[in-house]
Structures are given as C-alpha cells and as structure tokens.
Design a protein around this ligand. Structure first.
Ligand SMILES: [Cu+2]
Length: 126
C-alpha cells in the first residue's frame, strides 16, 4: 500500500506542476479510498468467526489481549456461542445475527454452540 502511494507521488513529481496538481486531484480520493479499504480489511479479517454449516470458522483463533471477536451466523438455523468457563454466552443467533465479545484477559477460551454442543471452537488470547 505504502509503495503504491510512493509510486503515485513519484509519477506526480515527474510531471509539470500544473499536471501534478491535476494528478493529485484525481488520485487523492483514490488513495484515500484505498487506505480506508485497507484499514477496514485489516480490522475485520482476523477477528471474525463465521458460523457456517454447523462449523465455527476458524475453529481456533489467536488474538491479542483487548481484541474484539465477532461471531456471525451464516447458517439458516440458529446457533449460539457459549464459553465453557462462562466468560461469555450469546443469545440464540438467527441468520446473519452476530455476537461480539472483547477479550480483556489472556487465556484459552474453549466455547461451543449452546444448541448443538458438538460444535466447538477456541479463542487463544495472548
Ligand atoms: Cu449451533
């Protein structure tokens, strides 16, 4: 991402001042959009657990202390998310419903679906 911005800057610098201004005007919103997209992607990617076809995916996830994990039900039947040691317990999640939990303490959190206890997952907080 940074190298792309540098390259755009170099291209702009090689052009005449007038052209550079035009390029800056044209690429400004583009670069902003790319940066925004990158920030959103970085935020969402590692902290979401999808529930799909009776499986938590990823089944095991490692996050830093303070991370918020979002569990999203993509199945067309309800599921829930229940920690074995009662650190968290969601209500039954309908299709596309989500449950978020912020892990303030390090540790290993084994969890299961309260409606289908054979569905299990693990969050490791370091
Ligand atoms: Cu379930």
């Amino acid at each position: 991402m940074q190298s792309l911005i540098n390259r755009l800057g170099l291209i702009a610098a090689r052009l005449s001042p007038c052209r550079a201004a035009v390029v800056a005007m044209l690429t400004g919103p583009l670069v902003g959009a790319l940066l925004a997209f990158g920030a959103v992607a970085a935020q969402e990617n590692p902290t979401e657990v999808k529930i799909d076809n009776f499986v938590f995916n990823p089944a095991e996830l490692t996050v830093p202390v303070g991370a918020t994990v979002k569990f999203v039900n993509h199945d067309d039947i309800p599921h829930s998310v229940v920690d074995k040691n009662k650190a968290f317990r969601s209500k039954a999640l309908d299709t596309d419903d989500s449950f978020t939990f912020t892990f303030a303490n390090a540790g290993t959190y084994d969890y299961f679906c309260g409606l289908h206890p054979h569905m299990t997952g693990k969050i490791v907080v370091k």
